[in-house]
Design a protein around this ligand. Structure first.
Ligand SMILES: Cc1cc2nc3c(=O)[nH]c(=O)nc-3n(C[C@H](O)[C@H](O)[C@H](O)COP(=O)(O)OP(=O)(O)OC[C@H]3O[C@@H](n4cnc5c(N)ncnc54)[C@H](O)[C@@H]3O)c2cc1C
Length: 320
């Protein structure tokens, strides 16, 4: 299984580096942060540091300095598709704040279409609500997905047969050296829960926002569609308990939930992590589950589904 982090290659920050960041960083920098507070699974190890970056200038400066110092970093969104292991994240996790939360629109040369520019730090629910208010259709399928615009783009989030990549006109990145890029959608490969810019330089880049091309629709229809989608979620998914949504990727031609259920694993527990009895592809935190409980259950599911079906499930959740 591919771990989503390269941080294990980095050393813990030196006292001098910590002191420098504490003294010179103008924004919010928290130390030894329990990631349970920042993930929808409500579990996870500690991040050595967590920075909230409120402007492009701050972002470029921080990333540039961390790169020079060879300190690991990673941008996260609303934590609805990540799990930090019990050994924690060595380095700085970055959350995009203020300047990355705006939503604005402009005319498009195609009649009946509007270009919507949304910051990566904006929540998906705010973007969908804003589009509904403006009578812009297309993103109704995102209604109920609990992440940020940046996380949704990175994951090519999708539901009900649609994916966010279908509506992208361009994506804005800051590369690992701190340089800004505006990349047309045609230069980005969107596939099932993946987004890969063709420019290899941007593979680990930070998404700072995107422009979406959305047709003008009827407000009442858009609103109704969002409501329907939310009702379907309530019917099929365990929404009252902490989770990260679908935990495993669907294998080609099959569904992870079907395989887990067929292997008889609904309701299986490891500590306080449980395979949801309502939707087998959801691992839920029934109380004070630890990251070890969740990783342990994930491994057990993979093993048992493999023995049952010959298929090794791959996590959709990024384990950092
Ligand atoms: C109840 C529930 C239902 C869900 N339903 C769906 C669904 O229907 N469809 C679906 O696709 N997903 C679903 N999810 C999963 C999740 O909400 C999406 O994957 C979401 O898009 C993740 O966004 P986030 O901001 O929380 O990202 P995070 O979980 O914080 O991060 C996910 C990944 O993206 C990276 N990342 C985040 N922001 C940036 C950025 N600005 N630049 C570069 N990389 C970045 C992170 O490093 C990490 O690797 C669901 C989750 C829950 C809890």
């Amino acid at each position: 299984m591919r771990m989503e982090s390269s941080v294990k290659d980095y050393d813990i920050m030196t006292q001098e580096q910590r002191q420098f960041l504490s003294d010179s960083w103008p924004g919010v920098m928290n130390w030894n942060v329990s990631m349970a507070e920042y993930c929808t699974l409500k579990a996870g190890g500690e991040a050595e540091a967590l920075a909230v970056v409120s402007s492009h200038r701050e972002l470029e400066k921080l990333v540039g300095w961390l790169g020079e110092q060879k300190i690991a970093w990673r941008v996260i969104g609303r934590g609805s598709n990540i799990l930090v292991t019990s050994s924690g994240f060595r380095g700085v996790l970055i959350i995009l704040g203020n300047e990355f939360s705006s939503v604005i629109s402009r005319e498009c040369s195609t009649e009946g279409v509007i270009l919507v520019n949304a910051g990566a730090g904006c929540s998906v629910s705010r973007l969908v609500g804003w589009c509904t208010q403006q009578s812009l259709s297309g993103l109704e399928f995102m209604s109920g997905i609990p992440g940020s615009v940046g996380g949704a783009l990175r994951m090519n989030a999708g539901a009900w047969g649609k994916e966010i990549g279908e509506y992208v006109e361009s994506v804005f990145f800051v590369d690992t050296e701190g340089t800004f890029h505006n990349v047309p959608g045609s230069e980005i490969d969107f596939s099932y829960r993946r987004m890969i810019p063709r420019n290899k330089h941007l593979k680990n880049g930070i998404i700072t926002g995107a422009e979406f091309s959305l047709p003008i629709g009827h407000q009442r229809d858009i609103f109704e569609k969002c409501r329907e989608n939310q009702a379907l979620r309530r019917e099929k998914q365990p929404l009252g308990v902490p989770s990260a949504g679908s935990f495993f990727r669907n294998p080609e031609g099959d569904s992870a939930g079907r395989l887990i259920e067929a292997a008889g694993l609904k309701g299986m527990k490891k500590g306080n992590a449980m395979v949801s009895p309502k939707h087998a592809n959801f691992i839920v935190n029934t109380g004070e589950a630890t990251a070890d409980d969740i990783v342990g259950l994930m491994n057990e599911i993979r093993q048992r589904v493999f023995e049952f079906s010959g298929i090794m499930l791959e996590p959709e959740v990024h384990v950092l």
